[in-house]
Ligand binder design. Sequence first.
Ligand SMILES: [Zn+2]
Length: 217
Amino acid sequence: HPPQLTKQQNKQRYLEQYVAEIKEKRAAKDNADTSDLTIEQVEKEMKNSMRYEYYIHYLGIDRRNDRWVTEQFLKVDHEEIQRQEKTINKEEEEKKERHREQRDKSFLYNDENLGMNEKEVQDFLNSTKIKTVESIQFGKNWLETWYFTALPKEYHTKCLYICDFCLFFCVDKREFLRHSMKCEVRHPPGDEIYRDDAISFFEVNGSSEKTYCENLS
Ligand SMILES: [Zn+2]
């Protein structure tokens, strides 16, 4: 079984140093709403956006912990980079790479790719390398996502806002707040078939409640 970070380890991760591999680089930006800001503030924001963020994979740790981090959280190992540049023996380098991949791969088998063969897992890992949605706001709860989600490009975002009543979702916080104010849904569409204290089960008709069921999945 791949190791999973406990809550405590998750906290520690921000304090301790872990060996990670950089997978991707992008200009740092967020989907913050700038319409309330003054021109000076917007200019400052733009200056900030000149920074870079890096998508990193912690070596030997489940891929669900992969994330974008800003520069200040990275300590680049210049010696390691120099060592790698100096390595002219390609064969040796390939051997090292194979060994590393092998070690890494054993941690990459998990519940998201159960039942796939090795090639399928590799294809799957390549096509789902980077999380498309980094976190979600589900009603009042904010949580980080674990893996890649196959959503259209316009939903690739730092935070996807989801209404916990009707499952409407959007990338814009203002739109979400507007929705929350007018949404009158308070339970899933359909009949309540079981209730025990705080838990309720509902029977939802997939053909008449298409959008709800699609959003549920
Ligand atoms: Zn709603």
